[in-house]
Design a protein around this ligand. Structure first.
Ligand code: CIR
Length: 255
């Protein structure tokens, strides 16, 4: 069984991205594009077949494809992103996903960003955030109920998305930023906390039996390695200035 990763190149307009909890600093878009290419290469090294969508130059945040859809084994759910500036990113993702899955869609007035959704087996954790509202979460719950998934809404604090605060790093382990999320719902798993000095370190992308992980969190990396997690490191510093990280640049499908 392999993985397909759907990605999209960096928009030339990246510097006009949405920002919520990160201060705006100059972004070197050419460097961001090179970092994205290296990230895509890291996905290939971890065994992914990569499907690259056409660039959407008029959508500054369009490299962050994770927010536009949720992919399950049985179906894909197109989101209605919480930021109005991002809603036009969804249709081209729909075209690409239609090859792989039956499609469903979050409808107005629901909002949902893929970055707020963490699936662990049949449990689907959804951040109730500025981007994902109760209506969007209720629609997702209804869509997934017939497929046997349990949807749990979780409150996050001071971060953009649920997956800014927690990601899965092994079948039995999550990586958590406890300042932004109460880890109690994950007590049945091993909970690895980020190093307190590495605020944004909780976003890891689990793929190919290990993780793709930013190269700028050495102390949290040491904790992950001590827990037996194998990491492929990437420099995503320019994408981090756009409040992105590693999960947000892919839609991952198991096939
Ligand atoms: C935004 O605010 O929508 C983008 N600047 C960053 C989105 C990052 N997405 C993610 O982590 N899933």
């Amino acid at each position: 069984m392999g993985n397909v990763a759907i990605v999209r190149p960096v928009s030339a307009a990246l510097a006009r991205c949405e920002l919520s909890f990160v201060a705006r600093t100059p972004i070197d878009v050419a460097r961001a594009a090179r970092q994205h290419e290296a990230y895509v290469q890291a996905l290939r090294m971890r065994g992914c077949e990569v499907v690259e969508l056409a660039a959407l130059e008029d959508y500054p945040d369009s490299v962050f494809v994770e927010d536009t859809a949720l992919v399950f084994d049985e179906l894909a759910v197109l989101t209605r992103p919480g930021a109005a500036s991002r809603r036009g990113e969804v249709d081209s993702v729909a075209q690409a996903l239609a090859r792989f899955r039956p499609l469903a869609r979050i409808e107005a007035d629901g909002t949902l960003d893929g970055g707020d959704v963490l699936r662990i087996d049949r449990d689907v954790y959804v951040g109730r955030s500025a981007r994902s509202n109760d209506e969007g979460i209720a629609q997702l719950r209804a869509l997934l109920a017939t497929h046997g998934y349990r949807v749990h809404a979780l409150d996050t604090h001071e971060c953009l998305h649920l997956k800014s605060a927690v990601t899965q790093v092994a079948p039995d382990a999550v990586l958590v930023q406890p300042r932004w999320l109460d880890p109690a719902p994950f007590a049945a798993l091993r909970v690895i906390e980020v190093d307190p000095g590495e605020e944004h370190a909780a976003n890891a992308m689990r793929v190919g039996g290990g993780i793709v992980y930013p190269d700028c969190f050495p102390r949290t990396l040491a904790r992950l390695e001590a827990a037996g997690v194998q990491a492929t490191l990437v420099d995503v510093s320019e994408l981090q200035k756009a409040e992105g990280a590693v999960t947000c640049c892919s839609l991952l499908l198991a096939n």
